[in-house]
Write a protein that binds this ligand. Structure first.
Ligand SMILES: NC(=O)c1ccc[n+]([C@@H]2O[C@H](COP(=O)([O-])OP(=O)(O)OC[C@H]3O[C@@H](n4cnc5c(N)ncnc54)[C@H](OP(=O)(O)O)[C@@H]3O)[C@@H](O)[C@H]2O)c1
Length: 252
């Protein structure tokens, strides 16, 4: 029997991260599920009890330097070195350059850019160390959630979008830096997904429902999780490195 892969998923208390944690446990991976809201993680663990893979929660703020190393250390202590890391933690921000709340810019950049960069660096360093030890015999996956607004400028959402533009460039750069070690760095670019994101971003509910009416049915987090499960399940020599998925009726 092949041994279960071990995964860390950030942003696992809600939306895409939560659905991904479920998806991976369903595929038999053992999952460290991270987020700030412990009660939401406890619910996830309870719901995941019947899955073939095990799930354990770790609460913490991803913007704190050293947090990623702690998550990797928990995985290693529980089961062994992680070979899958999904960076889903992130925040939205409603509004344009003139219309968004400047008081929230620093928090947004910290969570969506600096924390992602730190996660990528820490995970790539760990994966490269593991690969040097086993000669890259095992494939390793770092999956980062970008956005369609990190590829196409959104006049409605440029401040948030710019954090995703930055992340997209990091993903491709890191992919090139570590691919020869059999490390797959993958960008997932979702369009509209109905999740906790709309509330945390501060979207006007009536505006969002109009968007949903025009573009829907919108994606649900499980749609994105399904794609992530597929990507990491490919044979070691196959890398689907950049995937955009949108609701079928979403124009831009
Ligand atoms: N929903 C969409 O339409 C959409 C589209 C494209 C891309 N995305 C991206 O997809 C990713 C996941 O978003 P989602 O739709 O799943 O939203 P969500 O339901 O609001 O989930 C966001 C997750 O990020 C975590 N998080 C936020 N700030 C954090 C921090 N400082 N430290 C630790 N965890 C933090 C939240 O957990 P806690 O609050 O418990 O910490 C939560 O689990 C984000 O990167 C987002 O930008 C979303």
């Amino acid at each position: 029997m092949t041994e279960a892969r071990i995964a860390v998923v950030t942003g696992a208390s809600s939306g895409i991260g939560r659905a991904t944690a479920r998806e991976l446990a369903g595929r038999g991976l053992h999952v460290v599920a991270a987020g700030r809201r412990g009660e939401r993680l406890a619910e996830l663990v309870e719901e995941s009890r019947t899955e073939p893979g095990r799930t354990i929660p770790v609460t913490g703020d991803i913007t704190r330097p050293g947090h990623t190393e702690e998550l990797l250390a928990v995985a290693e202590r529980e089961w062994g070195p992680a070979s899958v890391f999904v960076a889903s933690a992130g925040q939205g921000l409603a509004g344009t350059v003139l219309g968004s709340d400047p008081e929230r810019w620093a928090e947004l950049v910290d969570a969506n850019y600096l924390a992602v960069l730190r996660q990528m660096r820490s995970v790539a360093a760990e994966f490269r160390k593991q690969a040097e030890a086993d000669g890259g015999a095992q494939v390793r996956d770092l999956v980062v959630i970008g956005s369609t607004v990190g590829r196409q400028v959104s006049a409605a959402n440029p401040v948030y979008g710019s954090t995703k533009f930055a992340v997209h460039s990091l993903v491709e750069a890191l992919r090139q830096e570590v691919c020869t070690h059999n490390i797959r760095v993958t960008l997932i670019e979702p369009g509209f997904v109905r999740s906790g994101f709309q509330e945390s971003a501060g979207y006007d509910a009536a505006w969002f429902e109009a968007v949903a009416e025009e573009n829907g049915p919108l994606l649900v987090p499980e749609d994105v999780a399904d794609v992530i499960g597929y990507v990491i399940g490919r044979p070691a020599h196959v890398h689907l490195d950049d995937i955009r998925l949108r609701p079928t009726r979403q124009r831009a």
